[in-house]
Design a binder for this molecule. Structure first.
Ligand SMILES: [Zn+2]
Ligand SMILES: [Zn+2]
Length: 101
């Protein structure tokens, strides 16, 4: 078997492997898409429920940025001054850190 034949077989095996895995990759992409839609819905509702104490955490209010120390009104997930983004918020009732994104 020549080097060209080995290379051709390697390419065919790779293409075949991707073809066999494509349904699984498609299902994973659909699951990731639905998870992102769910996260967007939670953020657009304006508040999230703390999983530890059940209190409603308002996502839009006056808050102090931990990066630039500016105190501005707006979303807790993005500073309107320095545009830093945050994936977690702190519950005011029980002071727990809640993952939003
Ligand atoms: Zn900031
Ligand atoms: Zn809480």
């Amino acid at each position: 078997m020549t080097g060209i034949e080995k290379s051709l077989l390697r390419v065919i095996a790779t293409v075949l492997l991707y073809a066999l895995a494509s349904p699984i990759l498609l299902l994973k992409a659909i699951a990731a898409f639905w998870k992102q839609l769910s996260t967007i819905d939670r953020i657009r509702s304006g508040s999230i429920t703390c999983p530890w104490c059940g209190d409603a955490i308002q996502l839009n209010r006056v808050a102090r940025c931990t990066v630039c120390s500016a105190t501005t009104p707006g979303s807790l997930l993005q500073c309107s001054h320095c545009h830093s983004t945050f994936a977690t918020v702190t519950c005011d009732a029980c002071t727990s850190t809640v993952k939003v994104l």
